[in-house]
Ligand binder design. Sequence first.
Ligand code: SIN
Length: 288
Amino acid sequence: MKLDIKKLSYGLGARVNGIDGTQALDAQTVQAVREAWLMHKVVVFPNMEITPAQHVAFSNNFGELELHLLPSVRHAQHPEIMEVTNRMSEGKPSVTAKTGREWHSDGAFTVCPPTGSLLHCRALPEVGGDTWFTNMVMAYDTLSVAMKRMIEPLQVVNNLQKSALRTRDPQQTDEENRRLIPPVVQPMVRLHPETGQKALFLSETVTTHIHGMSAQESEGLLKFLFTHSVRPEFTYRHCWSLWDLVMWDNRSTMHLAPADYDTAQIRHMSRTTIVGEPLGSLYEGDGA
Ligand code: SIN
């Protein structure tokens, strides 16, 4: 099965034309899409006008789907969908209105970070509302041999509270977050189980420090790696059209949804998230 694929940038990303998300996919097509996704890390299916139920069915081709840890962000009829929207909800701004404002890999703050995510565009502002992706394999590969050797055994502490405090209304979500999502320890360099590639796995959004080090000791190295990870040549910026569906690999990329639009206009995305493999452990302090 040969797909119609067009690369979108030097760093990562490809457009896959001609997939009809309203119909069940045969096994060969699923396999071909999967290969494109692993190779390009971000794949764009243009003009896929599908219902929430079809979004769930399409996503299920690539694995079991997560229910978001925070029940308040789930779609009412299809709990596998997380609504990323600035629409008001019960008279209040949605808690996901500012989701993704900093570089991150979805669910890196859990001990079973998701394999991939599929984001469907249901409403767009007149201009902007882009999503920006970076290739964390390229980020790793371009480090010096000495740096790779030094960081390979390190682990990071990831805590969703770090981002919640900056990008959300603490009144609304902090209690819920703290209870449901405690900090975790994850490898700084992640081995992709399907491609065998190594990728940096850390982000400014949730990484608080290097496990076993103080925040001060960690700061310089983390700052370098955060900046290095998002060098322009590793990235692809997706400028959405209505009904685009974008599927990315959380094991080898990070993404960012910049506030590059008039927030008085509606931006509404629906996200499904594919269950991942166990990775890391709950954080129990840094030891002596
Ligand atoms: C996300 O961070 O998963 C959402 C990204 C976006 O809304 O563009």
